[in-house]
Design a protein around this ligand. Structure first.
Ligand code: ADP
Length: 203
């Protein structure tokens, strides 16, 4: 099993790359999806939030109030840390479970937005693949996709690890400054060369 740790800043094209890789036959595990799933009513993340914060973040339909949680996290670094330390072990465990189920696959793409920031996943992957993109395209794409103001998009991007730092840390880089077809062509080329990368680590 060869695990590609696919990462990149917001709007760089991670999900687009993941969709293409899926079409090319790779199995995909998305950490954002895991995070979403564990927060559903009755799931482990939901239960831990309930244990630690009471029903503050649970709405009248017993559903997690994701917006309130997001807003509070945005305005308190302390809370952000508490939530992260609560959820990270649960997300990691679920990720390992999913990887274990796919252990017979030759290649797996693990989509990890904060691969270089959290470091927890570095030892799990065989190599990192950074989807990189010029900040001007990143801004345009985030504004269009999320319907946010330019000022907010800039703030979100500035809060993330810089492009230069990510470029220094990445094993492989794909520049997503062209169109989607171009991203596809680069991913196909990447896959065609992957077999000459490091030997597969036993998982
Ligand atoms: P991420 O998952 O990294 O946040 P996405 O893959 O969702 O980024 O891409 C952000 C937005 O930009 C999406 O609406 C996507 O359709 C669009 N997008 C991504 N890559 C390209 C590209 N090469 N050309 C045009 N639009 C793109």
């Amino acid at each position: 099993m060869f695990i590609i740790g696919l990462t990149g800043g917001i709007g760089s094209g991670k999900s687009s790359a993941a969709n293409i890789l899926k079409e090319l036959g790779l199995k995909i595990i998305e950490l954002d999806q895991i995070t979403h799933n564990i927060m559903m009513a009755g799931e482990p993340g939901y239960i831990e939030i309930l244990k630690k914060f009471g029903d503050k973040y649970i709405d009248k339909n017993n559903v997690l109030d994701r917006k309130l949680l997001r807003d509070d996290i945005f305005s308190s670094i302390e809370l952000k840390k508490r939530i992260e330390s609560t959820l990270h072990p649960i997300i990691f465990e679920e990720c390992e479970k999913q990887l274990n189920k796919l252990r017979n696959e030759k290649y797996i793409a693990l989509i990890i937005p904060l691969l270089f920031e959290t470091k927890n996943y570095i030892n799990l992957i065989n190599e990192s693949l950074l989807i990189d993109c010029d900040v001007k395209y990143q801004l345009k794409r985030v504004i269009k996709r999320d319907g946010v103001s330019k000022a907010l998009a800039i703030k979100i991007i500035e809060n993330q690890m810089s492009r230069d730092e990510k470029l220094l840390l990445a094993d492989k880089v794909i520049l997503n400054d062209g169109n989607i077809d171009n991203l596809g062509t680069q991913l196909k080329k990447y896959l065609s060369l992957i077999h000459i990368s490091e030997p597969t680590r036993p998982y």
